[in-house]
Ligand binder design. Structure first.
Ligand code: ATP
Ligand code: MG
Length: 209
């Protein structure tokens, strides 16, 4: 048995819904860094998305569990959902660092999130708590200028197979009756249908009355 420190990937996201872009990014980084596991952490109320209604945390959590269930290295954490108030990545990393004091954390982001990191709360401390892995994402450029101001020894850029999938697009598709098969895992398609997520408002109101 090797005595190297445990390596844990952390994949934060709203996951509204989780899609294959998230799963491929997590799988690629797991393999790239030989991570022992990747923990998906659905946000509580995301501070950057207060302009739109986000699905209930429990739905996003369950879709994430369904999507990751088959992979023995994937886990899902409730740490952000259980914390009161809006989610900040610094709190996610502090909590996970306290839970796993003997592990090295690798925070996985897409190019769009990577480019925004300097706007995140306590961004200097973020890099003390985790190594950051920026994954390529279609439509979002990531190059040396994206990394300006970031501690380069704590950031790695990884090219992953391009999947032009976003949760925004998946929600819009369901809303207008288009399919999301093969964009999200089958169980997630079924969960969305069963719970009527992302359907036009008229429908929800009708059901509730
Ligand atoms: P939304 O459109 O609602 O913002 P999203 O598709 O961007 O959803 P998030 O939950 O916001 O998904 O993203 C969580 C993380 O996954 C972010 O770091 C984001 O950059 C990354 N990510 C999302 N989709 C992809 C993709 N297709 N390829 C690579 N990374 C992705
Ligand atoms: Mg996003």
């Amino acid at each position: 048995m090797s005595d190297r420190r445990r390596r844990i990937g952390v994949m934060g996201g709203t996951f509204d819904p989780i899609h294959h872009g998230h799963l491929v990014a997590a799988s690629e980084v797991q393999s790239w860094f030989d991570l022992d596991e990747v923990i998906f952490v659905p946000t509580g109320q995301p501070w950057q998305k207060s302009d739109r209604e986000v699905s209930p945390p429990e739905d996003r959590y369950l879709m994430t569990v369904i999507a990751t269930a088959a992979n023995p290295r994937f886990k899902v954490s409730r740490v952000d959902i259980n914390r009161e108030g809006p989610t900040f990545t610094i709190d996610t990393l502090r909590d996970l660092a306290a839970t796993y004091p003997d592990a090295d954390l690798y925070f996985i982001t897409g190019a769009d999130a990577m480019a925004a990191i300097l706007t995140w709360r306590d961004h200097r401390e973020l890099f003390e708590l985790a190594h950051f892995v920026g994954c390529t994402r279609p439509g979002h450029e990531m190059n040396e200028s994206t990394l300006e101001g970031l501690p380069r020894e704590r950031v790695t850029l990884v090219e992953i197979p391009a999947l032009a999938i976003s949760s925004t697009d998946c929600r819009a598709r369901v809303h207008s009756g288009e399919p999301v098969w093969y964009l999200v895992p089958d169980g997630v398609v079924q969960y969305i249908g069963k719970h009527g997520l992302y359907e036009p408002h008229e429908h929800t109101t009708k059901d509730a009355s």
